[in-house]
Design a binder for this molecule. Structure first.
Ligand SMILES: NC(=O)c1ccc[n+]([C@@H]2O[C@H](COP(=O)([O-])OP(=O)(O)OC[C@H]3O[C@@H](n4cnc5c(N)ncnc54)[C@H](O)[C@@H]3O)[C@@H](O)[C@H]2O)c1
Length: 248
């Protein structure tokens, strides 16, 4: 039980990587507040944790709403009296890998992916500092480390997440460790439409030395390491979990 005694908030817990992370945390002994835009989407995750004997809370909140982020922390503290762990997995992809998307699309992607990482972190910081053994793990991307066939809004938002991670790791040390994971293409609803296109899949897979896309559970395993006390001396890192994509 690598998360025994931890109390975690996981945003984007209704789907994909966030859901896999919340489930893994629950299985490893953490109490988990599962957060997503709609309560329906997180109920399934929370129920699955409880069905396996874990403790969970389902909360609806928009991570771009500062008050909603504060409420998530309050409700988590009301239930478990402490907070040790935050995972920022809520995120969006641009509709198309447009080389020059309009301002609305740019603002939406940066608002959810970057501002939506900062606001929950800021809301959680006082409780995390008091909680002891605390950490924040953000979901950046390989496109936060290198350029590629990606819309500028997404690449900029994830580059922002990677450097926000480093900055908060400095600002909030030694109280709260802050790291991020940089996944390659992972088989979640976010990438489903892209992966349905055989030409896209064939072209992109050539860039992956391991010759396949990743599974959400493989990202959850990296998040688990960074959030657990096994990583007690690790802060400010951007860990690629990408089948070797960024090694080329
Ligand atoms: N899937 C990939 O290939 C991949 C690769 C690199 C990075 N990532 C990042 O990992 C994270 C999780 O991605 P995923 O693949 O699980 O995506 P997903 O679409 O399966 O899940 C994302 C979740 O975030 C929620 N969300 C979106 N906007 C929100 C908001 N404003 N407030 C609260 N919740 C919100 C969605 O409702 C959804 O449930 C994202 O930050 C994504 O950018 C994913």
């Amino acid at each position: 039980m690598r998360m025994q005694g931890k109390v975690a908030i996981v945003t984007g817990a209704g789907s994909g990587i966030g859901s896999a992370t919340a489930l893994r945390f629950g299985a490893e002994g953490a109490a988990v507040a599962c957060v997503d835009l709609s309560i329906e989407s997180v109920r399934g995750t929370a129920k699955a944790i409880e069905a396996s004997g874990g403790q969970a809370l389902a909360l609806a909140a928009d991570v771009t709403d500062e008050r909603a982020c504060a409420r998530v922390v309050e409700e988590t503290l009301a239930r478990w009296s402490r907070l040790t762990t935050l995972v920022n997995s809520a995120g969006v992809r641009p509709v198309a890998a447009d080389v020059a998307p309009p301002g609305d699309e740019w603002r939406r992607v940066v608002e959810v992916n970057l501002t939506g990482t900062y606001l929950p972190s800021r809301a959680a910081f006082p409780a995390l500092r008091a909680g002891g053994g605390a950490s924040i793990t953000n979901l950046a991307s390989i496109y936060g480390l290198v350029g590629g066939s990606m819309a500028p809004s997404y690449a900029a938002s994830k580059g922002g997440v990677a450097n926000l991670t480093r900055q908060l790791a400095l600002n909030w040390a030694p109280h709260v460790r802050v790291n991020c994971v940089c996944p390659g293409v992972i088989e979640t609803p976010m990438t489903e439409k892209l992966r349905l296109d055989p030409a896209w899949t064939e072209t992109v897979l050539k860039k992956y030395p391991l010759g396949r896309f990743g599974q959400p559970e493989e990202i959850a395993a990296a998040v688990l390491y960074l959030a657990s006390d096994e990583a007690a001396y690790v802060t400010g890192v951007a860990l690629p979990v990408d089948g070797g994509y960024t090694a080329i």
